[in-house]
Design a protein. Structure first.
Length: 95
């Protein structure tokens, strides 16, 4: 049996870049993956749709990681076995 089968994971910043790759890898390994996104709902919906089409478990969650109240509210609803933090904030105008 796959060690990640039926395990839950939460990936912050999961709709783009490294976070997106982590979401895909965990879902492909059999985990039930939830991932946060903020500011790009289209990218999150596309990833969620793509994974569902591949018969993989994934759920997008809108959450502003810089808002402590939003993070607390999200955490009260989701209690994953694993947490992978990939969210970041670009302040240099390069992204």
């Amino acid at each position: 049996m796959n060690p990640l089968a039926l395990r839950s994971a939460l990936v912050t910043g999961g709709s783009g870049g490294i976070g997106r790759a982590v979401v895909r890898a965990l879902a492909a390994a059999g985990a039930e993956v939830s991932f946060t996104h903020h500011g790009d709902p289209e990218a999150a919906a596309a990833l969620e749709r793509d994974l569902h089409e591949e018969q993989l478990n994934a759920r997008a969650i809108e959450c502003d990681g810089s808002d402590a109240a939003a993070v607390t509210a999200m955490h009260s609803q989701y209690a994953p076995l694993a947490l992978v933090h990939c969210a970041g904030i670009a302040r240099d105008g390069l992204c």
